[in-house]
Ligand binder design. Structure first.
Ligand code: NAD
Length: 341
């Protein structure tokens, strides 16, 4: 997009209103785990904000929502600094946009190397849950935190310790003295349905949806409450890792699996745009038959050296992109019952 002339008063006003709305919706979503609008509605507002900023770069300030990873730290939790920053993901909403993104990224990667090869694309499901950062020191889980604003997260160690699948001690060998493992905590679709049925039978209000239920479960004050929720996690990234013997993210997943961490069975390393498009179609067809809810697909450059060369903006890595499936009508038997998290 080519920048345009000075914004009119009407554009300024629209922009300021959008910034306020995005902040308000982010607060309800991240701090209160109770969204006020659908994700599709939120994404549309955010897109419009990005569009206005692309046309009028002079409007962009450092604290614009587009420059920040959404989510502050609630006073209800102790604040912890991540050793390495956590990021959000750049979204695309159509296959054409995804194709353009991958083509452009391939071209810049081509310029970095000999230009002869398509990069290997690590293609994963975008799990609709809550990001956590696990810090292991000498193989022992010493801290778990939410993403927060990317630099500072909320200390949820006690709650994470109730998730059986997350090892309190790594097995095997070869792990760095200090390593940050990033993943998504979620409630499996089947367990979510059963948990809600039990709540209804007990005369209680069911949980609204698996994503907010996972986030609400993990951000409880009382770990005994978290322990009652059927939470699981899949790893999708790595932060501080000095001394890690791996050249790519997929190679790292193999190591993490050996150390006892839950790695997603759905990730694939693909060599071409056509294969990525086929992956999107395959999982689009069966998205409601999977272990967990997904809201899209994440495509990442697999090779670590290339990831480093591409780097980050203030909000997202330049080596990954999230394709969002088009929004669907929500069908639920529970529509006329009051819901909460
Ligand atoms: P995001 O959810 O679009 O992408 C980043 C996150 O994806 C990561 O932090 C990680 O937790 C997660 N993720 C899941 N699977 C992954 C994988 N395989 N690899 C890497 N990361 C993976 O960005 P965001 O900044 O967390 O939040 C934006 C999302 O939240 C949008 O979907 C938006 O619609 C929603 N949101 C909704 C509201 C609302 O009011 N409804 C408000 C704010 C945000």
């Amino acid at each position: 997009v080519e920048p345009e002339a000075t914004p009119t008063d009407a554009v300024r006003e629209e922009y300021e209103n959008l910034v306020d709305l995005v902040r308000k919706y982010r607060f309800a979503y991240y701090q209160e785990d109770e969204p006020l609008v659908s994700d599709a509605e939120f994404d549309e507002l955010f897109r419009r904000l990005e569009e206005i900023e692309a046309l009028h770069p002079e409007l962009v300030s450092n604290d614009s929502p587009t420059q920040e990873v959404g989510g502050e730290v609630s006073a209800a939790f102790a604040a912890v600094e991540h050793l390495q920053r956590m990021y959000s993901l750049e979204d695309v909403f159509s296959l054409e946009e995804l194709e353009a993104w991958l083509t452009k990224a391939s071209a810049s990667i081509g310029k970095l190397g000999d230009g002869s090869q398509q990069p290997a694309w690590l293609t994963e499901l975008k799990i609709d849950g809550l990001a956590v950062n696990l810090l292991y020191r000498d193989g022992k889980l010493v801290r778990a935190a939410t993403r927060g604003d990317g630099t500072t997260g909320e200390d949820i160690t006690h709650n994470v310790l109730t998730i059986k699948e997350i090892p309190q001690e790594l097995s095997g060998e070869g792990f760095p003295a200090e390593v940050e493992i990033r993943g998504e905590v979620f409630i499996p679709s089947q367990a979510f349905a059963e948990f809600n049925e039990a709540l209804i039978e007990a005369g209680k209000a069911p949980l609204a949806n698996p994503r907010n239920a996972a986030a609400g479960s993990l951000r409880q004050k009382d770990p005994a409450e978290t322990a009652k929720r059927p939470l699981k996690m899949f790893v999708h990234g790595i932060g501080a890792r000095e001394g890690l013997q791996a050249r790519s993210q997929s190679e790292t997943y193999d190591l993490l699996k050996n150390w006892g961490l839950p790695v997603s069975p759905y990730s694939e390393v693909l060599g071409s745009l056509d294969e990525v498009l086929d992956f999107i179609k395959r999982y689009g067809d069966k998205r409601h038959k999977l272990l967990h809810e997904i809201d899209g697909i994440v495509v990442k450059v697999d090779d670590f050296a290339t990831q480093r060369a591409l780097g980050y903006t203030t909000r997202v890595p330049r080596w990954a992109v999230a394709y969002k499936y088009p929004p669907e009508e929500v069908h639920t038997k529970l529509l006329d019952i009051q819901v909460n998290v």
